[in-house]
Design a protein. Structure first.
Length: 86
């Protein structure tokens, strides 16, 4: 089972302020999305993800994908490519 660790990510001050003003639920969704983006970028050589090794079954993964889908349009915008370099 994966443990959760805190890391620090530097972002522009207006983004940091908007994050601090968001609800706990919104912050959790943002954290999940960022974790998925980071994993995708850091391990992009992988063709698939071993869900079981991450403590997640297929149903849970589908649920997570569904919950994060609301962010897809925003995160797929060309302006968001700047975060790929982080």
């Amino acid at each position: 089972m994966n443990t959760i660790e805190e890391i620090i990510i530097k972002v522009p001050s207006n983004i940091a302020e908007a994050y601090r003003r968001s609800t706990k639920e919104e912050q959790e969704q943002i954290q999940l999305k960022l974790a998925l983006i980071m994993e995708s970028n850091l391990f992009n050589n992988r063709k698939s993800v071993d869900l079981a090794s991450r403590g997640m079954n297929e149903e849970q993964a589908a649920n997570l994908r569904g919950r994060l889908q609301c962010f897809a349009e925003d995160w797929d915008q060309p302006e968001m490519d700047v975060y790929d370099a982080l």
